[in-house]
Design a protein around this ligand. Structure first.
Ligand SMILES: C[S@@+](CC[C@H](N)C(=O)[O-])C[C@H]1O[C@@H](n2cnc3c(N)ncnc32)[C@H](O)[C@@H]1O
Length: 325
């Protein structure tokens, strides 16, 4: 690889909140190139165990090359949505820490044939797990105009979602939309002239992000992953999640709140439906964001938001005995 696989984001706060202790068992549920994992392993020491999970074979391969030498390192293929099953397959029901650093890696964005980026013209793929059947091309070809609009508006927070969806449907009747370059052109052509130029981000960015989230069912996996993570943490175990999108961050915030015993139902419901439970203590009242120095070195860190929580001891358990001074 010429480019580094991925630059780990918010590394200091990750270590501070995850608090990996010598000999502990930690899961990196989004292993990527193993940047965070390497720093965590250094804290865990020779007696610790780091279980890395990724749904992308190329990420697993890169991480195995980097960290395979450590006796406590294991890399597993799978989705963090299946965390409890993956861990029980290793005979590990409870762990001391879980990190989730969401989304795609720089490797995904920088590899043309993965089809995540309009910087290159390549087949519209966007799958992180390439054993799954559905590509972005299939969504663009088969979803109705209404479904496309909903996805682009909801996941992309794109104000011109309606115009873009309409244009996609018109253009695909003329000729199938099979490449990132063509989709970017179609999106551009759908926008009013003032939205085509002089924007901070490329005008197709939001549409690409939306399709990526739909192809990989990212929000569904995140919800399931968070539930599984809470279940798998040992008392005093720490959960650290970095998100890059406001919908993800909201889901993380709400789930941590609900598991810290607060109701997160929308106002006006006659009765609570969210079933809050006191299993976690939230450690970050506000999300932690990268500082300017980090953003200058790694612009992709720009939108990162870190939230952390600690698993509470079961009711009736007084927790660890305080140290005698
Ligand atoms: C932002 S990168 C992580 C980078 C990593 N922290 C590092 O330091 O190199 C996110 C990684 O999570 C993986 N991923 C995303 N969603 C996943 C899921 N549901 N299950 C497992 N892995 C996932 C992606 O394939 C990608 O490699």
């Amino acid at each position: 690889l010429t480019e580094p696989f991925h630059q780990p984001v918010l590394l200091g706060p990750v270590l501070q909140f995850l608090r990996p202790r010598p000999g502990a068992v930690v899961v990196d549920a989004t292993l990527g190139g193993g940047g965070h994992a390497e720093a965590i392993l250094a804290e865990l020491g020779a007696g610790g165990r780091l279980i890395g999970i990724d749904q992308d074979e190329e990420a697993l391969e890169a991480a195995r090359q980097r960290l395979g030498w450590h006796p406590g390192f294991r890399a597993l293929a799978g989705s963090f949505a299946d965390l409890p099953e993956l861990l029980s397959g290793l005979g590990q029901s409870q762990v001391d820490g879980i990190l989730m650093d969401l989304g795609v890696s720089s490797h995904h964005l920088d590899t043309p044939e993965r089809g995540f980026s309009f910087r290159f013209d390549a087949p519209l793929d966007m799958r992180m797990d390439r054993s799954r059947p559905l590509r972005a091309e299939d969504l663009v070809a088969n979803l109705s105009e209404d479904e496309l609009k909903r996805i682009i508006r909801e996941y992309g927070e794109e104000r011109y979602a309606g115009r873009i969806a309409r244009r996609i449907v018109e253009e695909r009747r003329r000729r199938p939309i099979r490449t990132t370059g063509r989709l970017a052109e179609v999106v551009l052509a759908a926008l009013p002239p003032q939205a085509r130029h002089g924007q901070k981000i490329h005008p197709a960015t939001r549409t690409f992000q939306a399709l990526r989230m739909a192809v990989n069912q990212e929000l569904e996996a995140l919800q399931q992953g968070l539930e599984g993570a809470v279940a798998c943490l040992a008392p005093q175990g720490r959960l650290v999640v970095i998100s890059y999108h406001s919908l993800e961050d909201r889901l993380v915030k709400q789930t941590m709140r609900r598991y810290s015993g607060q109701c997160v139902c929308p106002p006006g419901l006659p009765a609570c439906r969210c079933q809050p439970r006191s299993l976690l203590k939230v450690l970050t009242r506000k999300p932690i964001q990268p500082d300017e120095t980090e953003i200058a070195v790694n612009p992709r860190a720009r939108s990162a938001r870190l939230r952390a929580a600690e698993k509470l001891p079961p009711p009736g358990d007084p927790g660890p005995v305080p140290e005698v001074p």
